[in-house]
Design a protein around this ligand. Sequence first.
Ligand code: ZN
Ligand code: ZN
Length: 392
Amino acid sequence: MSKDYYAILGVDRDATPEEIKKAYRRRAMKVHPDVAQDDAEAADKFKELGEAYEVLSDPNKRAVFDRGGDPRGGGGAGFSGFGGGFAGGFDFTNLVDAMFGAQSGRGGPRSRVRRGQDALVRIELELHEAVFGAAKPLKVDTAVVCPKCQGSGGEAGSEPVTCSTCGGQGDIIQIQRSFLGDIRTSQACPQCRGYGTIIPRPCSECSGEGRVRSKRTITVKIPAGVSTGNRIHLEAQGEVGPGGGPAGDLYVEISVRPHETFRREGDNLEAVLRVPMTAAALGTTMELITLENEWADSDPDARKVAVEVPAGTQSGTRMAIKDRGVPRLRGGGRGELGITFLVQTPTKLDERQRELLRELAELRDETEPGAVEAHKQGKSGGLFGRLQDWLS
Ligand SMILES: [Zn+2]
Ligand SMILES: [Zn+2]
């Protein structure tokens, strides 16, 4: 439910814009943090007042509210955009920040040395690298500690000196006058950018930043079983911070290239095996070259697998070979190698083959199959749907 903005401001429903403005000023003064210092909810109350004023001072929003609608759209969203509707035209959010921010966060000059940001790089892997693991070289371009000044930001022998503008405080107090009374705000000193000190002769290599950008190649160990979207976390391999501060972390995001033969489904590897019609009918053993064949460190015996095609195999039948899928990232073991048979109907027949097939059809009483109902696939499309996915 939306709040009763009239009650919040303490005005009648037919209050004039002038009355609304006055009521807002009066109440805003009350919850002003300099007045209501012992009230922990002052900030919330102040925002609520702002919300009420935002709506009731705008004829359109007020009309929406009077009709029982939600004039601020979405309701739960944070309080923002007040500036546009306000007659004075100042940014309300900044004012709140100035009032409430000024009470806290007065910690003197800030340090030049700060932790660097985390960095994210992407790496593309072949399927076998993701499945069996790999050590991959990776080019990264991040900030490193400036080799010339070792992070200090100054030329050799150039010590930072106290900033004369702020006296080393790092910030400057300003008094702003407003209808709410005087508001104390503190701003980072423009001279020293809040550091409280100035480097008289900044390092020529890094312009005083204490860090420079550098391309380097690192080796990333890819654990077996990763998949697209997984991230590898490398501590302290990210951006070195300003002033040569500690480096952030590096995240390597995996993306796996599609493979011609094998498709990954969770911990399983799936493949389609084309089986000649006659072999499917009579049964046979076929050889499948496995994904291990692409992995230099694999057991040579694992590079192919003998697949038993039972007599009477239907197109779309799936067979699973346990423990030949993807190693599980957690928990150990491997998924399955799934093989779906695709029975191949011969297309080019010579006269003799045609004759034999005709004879077979006669023997099986299949020369005139007649009318049959189409095979029901179920809602998910069944095996046929899976097969179509594959072939597309
Ligand atoms: Zn430097
Ligand atoms: Zn300063």
